[in-house]
Design a protein around this ligand. Sequence first.
Ligand SMILES: Cc1cc2nc3c(=O)[nH]c(=O)nc-3n(C[C@H](O)[C@H](O)[C@H](O)COP(=O)(O)OP(=O)(O)OC[C@H]3O[C@@H](n4cnc5c(N)ncnc54)[C@H](O)[C@@H]3O)c2cc1C
Length: 393
Amino acid sequence: MKDRYDVIVVGAGPAGSITAMYAARGGCSVLLMEKDRDIGMPVRCGEAVGRDGLNGVIEIRPRWIAATINRFRLVAPDGTVVEPDIGGTGYVLERRVFDYDLAMAAVEAGADVVTKAYVNGLWKESMNGRERIVGVTYTWKGVPRKVRGTVIVGADGVESRLGKWAGIDTTTDFRDMECCAQMTLAGVHMENDVCEFHFGSRWAPQGYLWMFPKRHGMVNVGVGISGMAARTRKPLYILEEFIKERFPQAGVLTTVAGGVPCVDTLREIVKDNVVLVGDAARQVNPVSGGGIAGAMQAGKIAGEVIARAVAAGDMAELEDYPRRWEKLRGARNRTYYKMKKAVFNLSDETLNSIAASVLKLPREKQTIWGVFRTALVKRPSLILEMAGTFGLK
Ligand SMILES: Cc1cc2nc3c(=O)[nH]c(=O)nc-3n(C[C@H](O)[C@H](O)[C@H](O)COP(=O)(O)OP(=O)(O)OC[C@H]3O[C@@H](n4cnc5c(N)ncnc54)[C@H](O)[C@@H]3O)c2cc1C
């Protein structure tokens, strides 16, 4: 490890590794720092991602794929099942392998990687009467250390503190913080080309319960509900109840809990020489809660932009990152966030009646958009709520 780098990336999840890889490919010296001893562990993720989210960022390797998904199964509170056309292909990943390989790809591009490096602050120095960020402070094997960097990247996930240290407002309303619990079960029979989602007050108040298949009878089963709903019912208890009822014989291989910021991107994701990516920047799809694709796409843009800024010696170039993100996904995520707020509180009766109506549509109209359109027809007040959230009323 050197004592000075062009780029320091804090956090070796998908966002950090991809940023490091693209910055290194662009000619920067890069240090990727991870606090855990093992990259990719523990896996706090259902591991589902759309193929389009990976394409154009990295070449997909077969060893990352635990299942290839062609179908969604949506289960209404009364058990009515709708299988809309998803118009594409998705994967359930092996994130233990995936995250590891992404960090390896960063190393192959020229980045240095260090694990067990817990970043605990920004290193600031006063220059010409102005305080500037010149690196990070961290502990490694319990010893306090410092390393200099021209650009500092906060890829430190949902619990990110780096943005705050840089003076960025990273506050997320607790209602938008999806509280999740997940178990990986063994010995469960499930078709391995379908992702199943359960809706309604019993299993997923203000959220959904998911079942994502993996190889050899393994399934990720999880519950994600809004911070508001989690005040009265803990996702872990709901999950335990579901598993007891549905899969009493299953073996439980892992149990994890975590938060997903189901909100639109932070207003500020670049400040001076600090850049935020992934969950740290709130680049999750607010409707689905999926954050892998956004983290990686943002990482690619950030890495490319940082390399250009470093080569030019001009930090003002970093402003191209929020502009490109806005064009690619930022504007869309803002719309999704408004949609989420509108459909968030549907009653069980409304959900049941939407499912029944969708089943009456011709097969080719049973798409995700068909479901959403039916929701609007079934509950016309939604149109008003949507209009409100879009600022039209
Ligand atoms: C239960 C659950 C299920 C989910 N399911 C899905 C899903 O099916 N599909 C999907 O797309 N998304 C899912 N998500 C969201 C997805 O996991 C995240 O959006 C994604 O991992 C974001 O990547 P990231 O690189 O920004 O952050 P992370 O993957 O969280 O990586 C951040 C890294 O930073 C490190 N770090 C943090 N602080 C420091 C520090 N101070 N110093 C050094 N290192 C630090 C952490 O150890 C971590 O390795 C789920 C989330 C949860 C909680």
